[in-house]
Design a protein around this ligand. Sequence first.
Ligand SMILES: Nc1[nH]c(=O)nc2c1ncn2[C@H]1C[C@H](O)[C@@H](COP(=O)(O)OP(=O)(O)OP(=O)(O)O)O1
Length: 319
Amino acid sequence: MATTDAISLSPKIKRHKQYTLVIPLDLQRDRVLLGYKLRGFGQGKYNGYGGKVEPNETVIAAAIRELHEESGLIVEEPAMIQRGVLLLETVADDTSPILEIHVFTVETWEGTETVTEEMTPHWFSLSKSLATPTPSTTSRAGSIPPSSLSSSSAAAAITATQRREDEVEVVVAEEVAGEEGAHDLPPIPYFQMWEESRVWMPQLLRHVSKGEYEVYDTISTIPAPSTPLPPPPSSEGPPPVVVVPNEANSNNNNNNNNSSSEKKKYFIHHVQFVGGTDMDAVDGGEYSVWHGMGPRLLDWVGELPAGEWEERRSFVRYP
Ligand SMILES: Nc1[nH]c(=O)nc2c1ncn2[C@H]1C[C@H](O)[C@@H](COP(=O)(O)OP(=O)(O)OP(=O)(O)O)O1
C-alpha cells in the first residue's frame, strides 16, 4: 500500500476557492452562536458565519467582514482564533474547485447578534453539543421552523427546509434574550447543517471546552451516506480513496499529552462528496448541492502555516 497524493492523481490540478467560517462562543454562558441561512448557498441550514474571500483580501479580514455583515458582531483581528481548515472536494467532476474553508472561533466581540438578510442568529448549548451525533441520538421535533424567525422568514425557512433531501429532521432553536435560561438551550442541530459539520464540529467544541486534544475514529462514529457512492467519473479519474484513520492519527496519539503546546491543535478535514456545485450559478446558488459525504480524513496538526493543509493530502492512502 503506497502513500500518495489524492489530489495530484486528478488529471487536472484543482483550483481552491477560499471561504471563511466563524463560530462565536460565549464560554461564560455555555453557548454557541450559529446562523440559520436564509438565502443562497446552504439555505435552510445552520452554520457558522462566513463567506467568500474576496480578491486582495486576507482570509482573516474576510472572516471578520463576513461575521459582521451576517451577524452584526464586531471583532478585532487579535480576537480571531484560527482552528482549522475544511477541504471539500467533489468526486462528481474534475473541474469543480476544492472549497477551502478556514474555520475560526471567537470568544469576545462588540455588538449584539442581529437578524440580517442572510442569517438569523440562534444560540445553542455548548455542553450539550459535544457528543458526535447520530440520527438516533438527535431529538426529532418535526418540520418546525426555528421559533424565533419572523413570519415571512419562517415561511421561507419552511420552504427551504422541506425541500432539502438531505435533512432528516428539524429541531426547534430557541433564542435566549436574557441572562437566564442558557441551560435550556438545545444542542446544535447537527442534522440541519452541512453533513461534515457533524464530524468536525463536536470535536472542535470538545477541544475548546476541555482544552484537551482528543483523537476519535471519525469513520466509525458517522453513519454511512444514505445513497451509495458512485464510481469515479471515468476510468482515468482518481481511484477510490481509502482513509486509514488510525494510522493517520498515530502521530497524534503519540503526541496526545496535556502540555500547553499540544493543546494548540488545528484540524484539517478533507472530505470528498458525491455531489457537485455550480460555482458560477447566479447569486452563488447551488446547482446541485454538496451531499453524500464520502471518504474523508480528519486530522489534527500542531501548526497550520499557509499552504500546510495542502501538504496533508498525503495522509490519504490508496490501495
Ligand atoms: N460543506 C460546508 N460545510 C461547512 O461547514 N460550511 C460550508 C460548507 N459549504 C459552504 N460552507 C460555508 C462557507 C461559507 O461560510 C458559507 C458560504 O458562503 P456564501 O456563499 O454565503 O458566501 P458569501 O456570503 O460571500 O456569498 P454572497 O454574499 O451571497 O455572495 O458556507
